[in-house]
Design a protein around this ligand. Structure first.
Ligand SMILES: Cc1cc2nc3c(=O)[nH]c(=O)nc-3n(C[C@H](O)[C@H](O)[C@H](O)COP(=O)(O)O)c2cc1C
Length: 191
């Protein structure tokens, strides 16, 4: 496998990174260099969390067989082709809140930091959710293989890799449909 040649971003401008990001489901075979991985994971580490509890944990999977295991019960074989898969976890113990919505929500905020940081470095990413709702036996196998303790939840996976496709932007609802002034449904003037 070749060393990574992820292109440097054309810009570090946050708004451009947000606009350029797409869910990428096709990757070139490369390894992600450690200094890139470190930057990406550090962006996750710096995410905000309820009471600064930081319940997120991350397992970085690069081993081919483990990636295949993660892809197994779905039709989404692209998961096993990613350069790396970040298994995003939530620690349900202690902190301010014990096991609560924040066990999931905080790691998801950190996940979007991962996605934007990876995009800024020229990688493509794809969120893969609903892992705990997949077949029970398979979830148990994943938990056992990754040695995930009982008090840790699997929140989401993020596939990261050098993009081998350039998808068109998916449609988004217009601002008028989702943003209101003062009360629900009242038009917000922005121009
Ligand atoms: C919480 C969440 C879960 C997702 N789960 C999956 C998934 O399991 N498989 C997949 O291929 N894409 C998944 N996606 C990617 C979305 O399909 C994608 O973000 C959406 O269609 C918009 O396209 P875009 O990201 O290219 O703008 C997920 C995205 C999010 C935010």
């Amino acid at each position: 496998m070749k060393r990574s040649t992820a292109k440097s971003p054309l810009t570090n401008d946050l708004f451009e990174i947000i606009e350029k990001r797409r869910a990428i489901r096709k990757y070139k075979a490369h390894n992600i260099p450690r200094h890139h991985l470190k930057k990406i994971l550090d962006a996750a580490r710096l995410a905000p969390s309820a009471s600064n509890n930081q319940p997120w944990r991350f397992i970085i999977v690069e081993d081919k067989k483990t990636k295949e295991l993660l892809a197994k019960p779905s039709t989404q074989s692209f998961i096993s082709e990613a350069n790396a898969i970040v298994v995003v976890l939530g620690d349900g113990r202690g902190g301010c809140c014990g096991r609560s919505v924040w066990t999931t929500h905080d790691p998801m905020i950190a996940t979007e930091h991962i996605v934007l940081a990876a995009t800024a470095l020229g990688y493509g990413t794809c969120w893969i959710a609903n892992y705990e709702s997949r077949p029970k036996l398979w979830v148990e196998e994943v938990r056992k293989t990754l040695k995930i303790p009982d008090y840790i939840d699997i929140v989401v996976l993020v596939a990261i890799g050098i993009p081998d496709e350039t998808p068109q932007p998916k449609p988004r609802k217009p601002l008028e449909e989702i943003c209101f002034a003062e009360t629900y449904g009242k038009r917000l003037e922005l121009d």
